[in-house]
Ligand binder design. Structure first.
Ligand SMILES: [Zn+2]
Length: 411
């Protein structure tokens, strides 16, 4: 390839819009689709190759030949025009992935755009109808068994229900959409579930966080469920907060966990030994589980604001050889001693928890945020005793529960 051509190509890829991958916004793309006319990162180019060359023919800047004709085509099109064409009707609640998002999310976004052409016109997609019914594999409560379950999502009822059998009249569980969160499973959980198309659904059961793990063989199916949940939550928030601008509602549809992983923790008494637990940080809620796929955490720690009896620092008193990456977290209820498995992990946990403690519990602006904080501002510690029931530490529990509505408010 001539020097002149490659220079011209690289100049084109520096223009606004072209300088970010058309599908994941990763900077400095070094691939392009010469049938669609977009500049891409290597990861998205790999997915494009899977679509077949009749849909997208990808070429590398460095290894492929670029003739005059191709350059003129790329000049005429480019990422800005392609966006206008292929993303014209992306629903506001639809999650546009970035490079770090799960592969299934990126692949289905690319397939939705160029293969199914879901956003070129206002089409009636499975997830935009307000009602969705189908089967998902669900991890059983005990053990690793997977069961096929029927799920029904209804925007009118604002519920997600699942049934043991397709002929069952009574659902096994009814989950209120406002209480529901959906997030893609962490790689450690995917290893057990053995499917990359796995979602973790969490909701409040009484005041406790219940998780269910579901997957579909087909990537499109799991993304359809995920987007349908986002759509239902969007509809709920629009009705609940009619004066709130839609743009402010969007961050509250679903949320990813801020961090997950193993930590060692001590018990509440001095001299208690360290136990390895799976930790999940869901905004202000730090949960610990015996197994990453347990339906309920063994405990939940509410993270308030720094200075209000909440603090975090590196190191542990009299560090043990085995637990050298220790850190201390203080909450009004107790002092927590943790130990990470590596220095890098310790740094990440301290950094992410610090940023939460430094975030004001309620900020001005849209009341959704306030309501969200309120819904979760239940300051309690709890543990599951050997009988399997919960006991509450009592005095610090400040929420009241309005039965039926599962709405937590301050008394
Ligand atoms: Zn990309």
């Amino acid at each position: 390839m001539s020097e002149v051509n490659i220079n011209r190509l690289k100049e084109l890829a520096k223009l606004p819009y072209n300088n970010l991958c058309a599908d994941c916004n990763h900077p400095n793309p070094d691939w392009a689709s010469v049938t669609i006319g977009v500049f891409l990162c290597s990861e998205c180019a790999r997915i494009h190759r899977g679509l077949g060359s009749h849909i997208s023919f990808v070429k590398s800047f460095d290894y492929d030949n670029w003739d005059q004709e191709l350059l003129t085509f790329m000049e005429q099109y480019g990422n800005e025009l392609a966006k206008e064409h292929y993303e014209k009707h992306v629903p506001p609640y639809y999650r546009r992935p970035n490079r770090d998002d799960p592969n299934v999310l990126r692949e289905q976004w690319i397939r939705a755009k160029y293969e199914r052409k879901e956003f070129m016109h206002q089409v009636n997609t499975v997830y935009s109808r307000g009602y969705m019914e189908g089967f998902l594999m669900k991890k059983g409560k005990k053990g690793k068994k997977l069961e096929r379950r029927k799920f029904v999502l209804s925007e009118v009822d604002q519920t997600l229900k699942y049934y043991i059998k397709s002929s069952s009249k009574t659902p096994k569980a009814v989950i209120n959409i406002p209480d529901l969160n959906a997030t893609f499973c962490d790689p450690a959980k995917i290893k057990t579930i053995k499917s990359p198309n796995a979602l973790q659904l969490t909701y409040l059961k009484d005041v406790y966080t219940r998780s269910i793990y579901v997957y579909a063989d087909d990537g499109k199916e799991i993304i359809d469920w995920y987007m349908a949940i986002k759509a239902a939550k969007y509809q709920y928030l629009q009705i609940a907060y009619p004066t709130c601008p839609p743009i402010e509602l969007l961050p509250h549809l679903t949320r990813d966990f801020l961090k997950e992983g193993y930590l060692w923790k001590t018990g509440p008494k001095i001299g208690d030994s360290y136990k390895k637990r799976w930790f999940t940080l869901d905004y202000r809620k730090l949960m610990y589980l015996e197994d990453p796929l347990d339906p309920f955490p063994k405990g939940e720690i509410y993270l308030g604001e720094k200075g209000k009896q909440f603090a975090i620092s590196s190191g542990i008193p009299a560090p043990l050889k085995k637990h050298m990456y220790g850190f201390i977290m203080k909450t009004p209820e107790r002092t927590w001693l943790f130990s990470a498995e590596t220095e890098e992990e310790r740094k990440q946990w301290i950094s992410v928890i610090s940023s939460i403690l430094e975030t004001p519990e309620s900020t001005q602006g849209c009341q959704v945020y306030l309501r969200y904080s309120l819904r979760n501002s239940v300051s309690y510690t709890k543990s599951r005793d050997s009988m399997g029931s919960y006991r509450n530490s009592g005095s610090s529990f400040t929420g009241t529960l309005r039965k039926g509505k599962k709405f937590l408010s301050f008394g």
